[in-house]
Design a protein around this ligand. Sequence first.
Ligand SMILES: [Cu+2]
Length: 112
Amino acid sequence: MSFRLLSAAAALAATLVAAGCGGTSTSAPVATTSVEMAKSYRFSPKEIEIKPGATVTWTNNDNFTHTVKVGDGPDHKVGRGDSVSIAFDKAGTYHYVCTLHSHDMHGTVIVA
Ligand SMILES: [Cu+2]
């Protein structure tokens, strides 16, 4: 029995790693500095485009605590109704995740 549980956990871990590779994005990035953590377990819009030096604000309108972790940066915990703002000084493409729900919740900030 414990073997079955272990292999299920391993399969889940493999799925999470695969999801972290980025996958496909079908919609164009949205020009905005505001991202909503919408119901349920979503960043909306998922892909945004901003100017260098702009600050992006994530607001949690979901019923659960989420986080925002950009690349290798710090993991910002965002409770219900809270928000976090992060400045992006350099041009580039930045992927971020909610580390609590990394399978469902990831997004991209394009600084250009
Ligand atoms: Cu989350």
